[in-house]
Design a protein around this ligand. Structure first.
Ligand code: CU
Length: 230
């Protein structure tokens, strides 16, 4: 689905599962709708022809339902296999490559706070970089996120990544993403969280390693100046 930009490693797999469902459901939709209207027009009321009453128990017409039902169940098997594959890949697997970094995402009414590991690559150290509504990450690097909420249910959604994860107060929810394209991609809260829900946008800035290092340097200089009281 190229008309919605795909900017993560798993975006294409999510689109593949959704397209499979769309094609299978679409096939049955048009087949049954077509058959339905054909029957209505082909067997409409005619003078001198009496309507036949079917109870549903007759074998001859019933096989059209039974066979179609079996075929739909076979399609379901393909949908379930595709869905489980994508679910396990995205929600039940975490990247373990050594270059993986962890970011913390805190949602609240109505903003996103991000805690980035600084140049040392570790969270909870002095060089952590905190931002509001702007997440800065490196392209082609796996990130684990720790998503929390300060108040109500929110949902961290980045359409270009095909990433969508509820934030639940009292829980730390862990997931991952790996961006494949540099650029700016929108974050939108995807869970009704109050009157400012629609005003809860954010931006992911996917940067090349050089850009990212420059951004971190600019932030840590600022932090040092602030610490020095300037
Ligand atoms: Cu929200």
């Amino acid at each position: 689905m190229d008309w919605i930009v795909q900017a993560s490693t798993y975006a294409d797999d999510v689109d593949g599962a959704i397209l499979l469902i769309t094609y299978l459901v679409g096939f049955w939709f048009f087949l049954t709708a077509g058959l339905f209207f054909w029957l209505i027009f082909a067997f409409r009321k005619r003078d001198g022809v009496e309507a036949e009453y079917l109870t549903g128990g007759e074998q001859q017409p019933k096989k059209f339902i039974t066979w179609a039902h079996m075929l739909v169940l076979v399609c379901d098997v393909f949908v379930v296999i595709a869905a489980i594959q994508v679910w396990v890949e995205i929600k039940q697997t975490l990247p373990d490559a050594p270059e993986t970094q962890t970011v913390r995402i805190v949602s609240q009414q109505w903003a996103w706070s991000f805690i980035h590991p600084g140049p040392d690559g570790q969270l909870d150290t002095a060089d952590d970089i905190k931002t509001v509504d702007d997440l800065h990450i490196e392209v082609d690097r796996p990130y684990i996120y720790e998503l929390t909420s300060r108040d109500v249910l929110h949902d961290f959604s980045v359409i270009a990544f095909r990433l969508k994860q509820d934030a639940v107060p009292g829980r730390v929810i862990t997931g991952w993403f790996q961006a494949t394209k540099t650029g700016e991609f929108e974050i939108q809260c995807a869970e009704m969280c109050g009157i400012g829900h629609g005003l809860m946008p954010g931006m992911v800035h996917v940067q090349s390693p050089e850009e990212h290092a420059a951004w971190m340097a600019s932030k840590s200089n600022g932090a040092m100046l602030a610490q020095a009281g300037r």
